[in-house]
Write a protein that binds this ligand. Sequence first.
Ligand code: ASP
Length: 583
Amino acid sequence: MKERFIGNYGLEQVGQKVTAKGWVANIRNHGKLAFIELRDREGLLQVFVNSDIADFDKLHDLHKESILAVTGEIVARDERFVNPHLKSGQVELRAEKIEVIASSKTLPFELDNHAHAGEEIRQKYRYLDLRREKMTANLKLRHQVTKTIRDYLNQADFIDVETPYLTKSTPEGARDFLVPSRVFKNQFYALPQSPQMLKQLLMGAGLERYYQIVRCFRDEDLRGDRQPEFTQVDLEMSFVSEEDVRNLVEGMLKAVVKASRGVELTEDFPIISYEQAMRRFGSDKPDTRFAMELKDLTELSRGNSSLFLQKGLKKDNGAVMGICAKNAGKAFTNRQMAALKQLVMDFGVAGFATATIADGQVTGSLKSTFKDHNAELLDRFEAEDGDVIFFVTGSLKRVQEALGALRVRLAKDLDLIDDSKLNFLWVVDWPLLEWNDDLGRYQAMHHPFTQGAFEDGSDWKENPEKMMSRAYDIVLNGYEIGGGSLRIHERSTQETMFELLGMKKEDYERDFGFFLEALEYGFPPHGGLALGLDRLVMILAGEENIREVIAFPKNGQGADAMLESPSSVSDQQLADLRLDLRD
Ligand code: ASP
């Protein structure tokens, strides 16, 4: 075993005779002498090779990424040659003996950090890709984050319990991955979308505080921040309030930021209601690193005869809203503006218009529309000459969502985002249910085990969509990094919930009978949360795709290019499972 990683050699080792083992990151052979950059997981070490040593010839046809064992003395570099970018930059190794431990073929792509290798080739040779400094750093960061989380939760008396992967469908709202059973004819396991019911049952088992860093599986369309299998920091606690859960998670995230970024977050995370988040930012996961808040112009537009405004106001729950981009008057070409319009219109809104401010006036097609409200409008947006106001009309929710997306896009295009910021935020007071047009029924906004908030004593069957829930989401820089809720812990309430979701008694008895029964044996009040570990690490690493922080991720289609998975199986395997394949 290595006593020390070679990337960590420094002045303390000067004068020592060592054997450094590592990969050849680079080699510069000048004929009479050569420099090798030897790398291990902790970094690079410069090796100086004089042609007078016997092994010099071994360098002639040495490919990059071969592994060497170089024996020699560590010497201090001359001050002129100190490399401040390397941990080992003050020293170098003077080679006396070189042994080639393993040679490498010519590489399929350059591992240089700046080289732009295609996604597919990087995946196919993931073990090479992971040798890149940035990728190794991402894996180390991930390790540090999970270690901090484990330390924090262990100290807070949580018990780490594993739950099965071959399990039964849990209603998190995505499609299940199914595994056919060989033993039980025509029956399937489902891979867990989360350990939701099991962690609740652990509360029923009296564990009081559970956590698990666990893989979850959801068969849904992939995006940059989604993978078919992903990791959650899953936790559940008994006898708690929402505030207890939030405080615990907030403390944990602060510890993670301290350990990974060296930054002490001292302020409490802001708490905002779902309704306010939609109203102010047009998003249930607002990015608060920049302002550009939405302004509601509905009242101001009511009596206005402009067709543009009236068309939107006529819609169900019609609204007129806008955002103001500072100094953006000259920022966009016509083509770019057309693309922004498309982005907005794709949300199904009624209308979109822009107005540049000049000489303290709205200019362009909306000039006359707002002539009587010019000052008020400018005041509301704090708009000045050179700014652009984007107006959107239509049904409130669509207008909000469209402007929310436009807001984020403008912030990126106009470079308004300070990348060094970590803006955490709690979103609370969610509706319990939302109507799903396709299904023709309500669906749970979080999941069906979430408690409703009925402080006013109203009957929750009377006005289901008005019911609020005891759920909370944690947001970081515009990403939902986690969510949870206080749970239902009485059988009758849980049954009512299933009924509201359109389930018949025989359906929920069949699918959730075991769970409902458990609630009848002294089940404690409880609540919890799950954090998306991949997303959290992605943000901390400054990456934009969770693949960059997962050792062996799937590609955009959900396939593994290295393992060539998914793949077909033998007829015998199919026969064992009694499966016939259709085209
Ligand atoms: N199981 C939930 C989810 O995966 C999290 C929770 O409610 O604890 O989103």
